[in-house]
Design a protein around this ligand. Structure first.
Ligand code: 5AD
Ligand code: SF4
Length: 478
């Protein structure tokens, strides 16, 4: 297994720390991507804080500005170039260090454009060289060098980087990196490389550490979590890992056994994971969820399209019927389960009939949350070369129709919550009203309610008193 413990990174952290000694320096990070990117940003923040930088939320005030980019959809590119334009003045006036990292930096046409049009950018690093940031920063500070640190996309798993987390109750834990699926619309396999899994004990130790620090909920992250350890197994490696949880010896050799082991960790009340692939959703994972104490009875199951024909073009390797059957099978085994999903509208060649199949699946599965995306062409993917691209206008019209159906379904679901008693994990103060607290049900619905700060981090019972489209209102049951 390709795992590297940090070592020389720590030397460079010390070197930069020395350069920054007695200076009150600040960093600003803008994360533009998914939760994996956010988790990477927490690692970047952890390293920067070790190097004497303090976090600021005001970009103008920062000595180091870092953009952590995403390239899954097109509008992220326009946004990034806008942002790089914005920081030119900061560079000229204050000598601010400008660093750009993340998935988009693994795309050659993007880095080329940055080098040509924005030469003032100091550091460019990819998703696989994140751990080299201290060295890059050292070279930028000490030798005034422009550093472009993007190498092969199949980098190692790095263990032991410091991390500075944004939240005190919920934490993300990356369990694997990369993807082998090559869905025809998706750029991820090209920028994050092949699948590689972390060692089970490293994941378990991280979660035990989180629990000791008061965290209550963990979100396991990976592009394809249910193929955890699968590619190692395929290479003939022995993946029967002996792990120790609560002084108990267990064997972890799959995603299901990892879930079973994590479920044993005391203090972690909720475990979630994103994203599984429907084609790999095995019975042992369903059983692990069913028999667990802490794994939420809520599954994110990306559909992408409800049309078997489109699914084939997307290289998803399941049919409409197989998807519905899987959802039914899970529901039969775990009746309280709720589903969320991702859907792309306007994939090349999608006909009205295909789109109606998507609406049909949405109707049948009755998802509690649907993340809807308009298909966006990604350079280098198979779908980008397809000739039958759908006009923007048609895509938007379909998007609006899907949105309307989803919102109607949500309204009915929300109304069903009213009057019910639910358990929520209290996450903190409500963003819009600091007299209110906010939490989530196991099914991931946001519930706002009046309560005192000592409840933050606790699981409590509330009665739902009203629904407000994006959240529910509750009152504490005494
Ligand atoms: N266009 C639109 N949506 C996309 N996604 C991935 N690639 C694209 C694309 N090219 C969506 C998928 C995936 C989610 C993270 O982003 O629905 O599940
Ligand atoms: Fe992209 Fe498909 Fe891999 Fe998900 S499973 S990251 S959509 S290629």
């Amino acid at each position: 297994m390709q795992v590297k413990e940090v070592k020389e990174e720590l030397i460079y952290i010390e070197k930069v720390k020395k350069i920054n000694e007695n200076k009150k320096l600040k960093y600003y990070i803008l994360t533009m991507g998914c939760q994996l990117n956010e988790n990477d940003s927490e690692k970047i923040a952890g390293m920067l804080e070790e190097m004497n930088y303090e976090k600021t939320l005001d970009m103008q005030d920062a000595d180091l500005v870092l953009f952590n980019t995403c390239c899954v959809r097109e509008n992220a590119e326009e946004r990034l170039f806008g942002k790089i334009g914005e920081v030119k003045k900061l560079k000229e006036e204050n000598g601010t260090i400008i660093a750009i990292g993340g998935c988009m930096m693994q795309e050659e046409h993007i880095t080329k454009k940055i080098k040509q049009s924005y030469p003032y950018v100091d550091i460019i690093f990819g998703t696989h060289t994140l751990n080299k940031l201290p060295q890059d920063l050292y070279e930028a500070l000490d030798e005034n060098k422009k550093v472009r640190d993007i190498i092969n996309i199949d980098g190692q798993i790095i263990e032991g980087l410091p991390i500075s987390r944004d939240d005190k109750i919920k934490a993300s834990v990356t369990i694997m990196n990369g993807c082998n699926n090559f869905c025809s619309y998706c750029i991820v396999p090209y920028v994050r490389g092949r699948e590689r899994s972390r060692r089970p004990q490293d994941i378990i130790d991280e979660v035990i550490g989180l629990s000791k620090n008061g965290y209550k909920e963990i979100m396991l992250l990976g592009q394809n979590v249910n193929s955890y350890l699968v590619s190692q197994k395929a290479k003939g490696e022995d993946v029967n890992f002996k792990v120790i949880v609560n002084d108990k010896e267990m064997i972890v050799n799959s995603f299901a056994t990892l879930l079973i082991a994590l479920d044993e960790i005391e203090g972690i009340e909720r475990i979630r994971f994103i994203s599984p692939h429907p084609k790999d959703f095995t019975n042992d994972v369903i059983d692990a969820i069913k028999n667990s104490k802490h794994i939420c009875k809520q599954i994110h199951l990306p559909l992408q399209s409800g049309s078997t024909r489109v699914l084939k073009e997307m290289n998803r390797k399941y049919t409409k019927e197989e998807y519905i059957k899987l959802a039914e099978k899970i529901k039969n085994k775990i009746p309280e389960i709720v589903f969320s999903t991702d859907i792309i509208v306007g994939f090349p060649g999608e006909t009205e009939e295909d789109f109606e199949d998507t609406l049909d699946v949405v109707q049948k599965v009755n998802f509690e949350q649907v993340f809807m995306f308009i298909y966006s062409r990604r350079v280098g993917t198979v779908a980008d070369k397809m000739e039958n691209q759908i006009p923007e206008e048609v895509k938007h019209k379909r998007f609006d129709r899907l949105k309307e159906l989803v919102e109607n379904q949500m309204k009915v679901q929300n109304e069903n919550y009213v009057g019910k008693e639910v358990q929520i994990l209290v996450e903190g103060k409500s963003k819009n009203n600091d007299k209110m607290l906010t939490g989530r049900t196991e099914s991931n619905k946001v519930v706002n309610f009046e309560g005192t700060d000592d409840l933050i981090g606790k699981i409590i019972n509330v009665k739902i008193i009203s629904e407000h489209q994006w959240y529910l209102k509750g009152s504490i049951i005494k």
